[in-house]
Design a protein around this ligand. Sequence first.
Ligand SMILES: [Fe+2]
Length: 285
Amino acid sequence: MSPQAIVRSGDAAPETPEIDADGLSVSKVLGTEQGAMHLSAATSLLAGGGRIPGHEHPFEESFFVLSGRVVVTIADRSYELAEGDFGFAPLGVPHAWSNPFAEPAEWLRVRAPAPRTDGRTVVSRLVAGFDPATSGPAVDAKASNQRYVGHFDDTQIPPPGPIAMPGYRGYGINDVSIRMMVDEFLGAEHHTLFIVQFEPADVFSAKEHFHPYEELYYFTHGAADGLVGGEACKVSAGDLVFAGVGATHGFTNSGDVPVRWIEAQAPKPTPRHGTLFVHDWSTDD
Ligand SMILES: [Fe+2]
């Protein structure tokens, strides 16, 4: 059976950070507990005055700022991030965080490939002398010379239509708006991170389908009727849905406002046959 899970808001598990950090609380929302082998996800909350020292790890780590302000340093670049800013630290590239502000900052953290867990290799290791900056320029949504980061806001949601993604273009996923954030364009090799929004729909938004890769959906706005592993469910802002390789899933926005989530995929979709529909391959005639 393909692994799948729904992690409700409030069910996240507190996680001890693998390196010593000041003022950091990590709440794990996806890991091996849910059967994930390619993706790992958590929310990180860094208190005002908090600090995560310079470190590196054998996986990519992307982020999307949910609230507050925080300064990230990645290699030789530092940025002051605010809600809607996103980015990623490439595999093996030192990075560090600081929150010089009064309010806490929270971000969604996605790692791929998933960290190894047998203790023979590090999850993270400190990089001596790599200290977090305490200031930096804001992310400029219109600049094309920024590395590692970008900015999303509501004005960037494209008009809804049939899906056009690596691996599938067509009408099995309809009235969808997608705004890519982290992919090979930004330099990521192991995963993608993007915004998905569906308009209210009478029949379906995404027909029941499955993939040769893992997906996570972290709901940020609205609600949807889901079909996860063939089971009907309701999902809304704060919930996370995980679909492992081959796990069937589909959604309908049966509300009257758009439903939106942050989605991640790992490994990256193949150019063709990345999305397969249950109705095309059903054992029922
Ligand atoms: Fe999917």
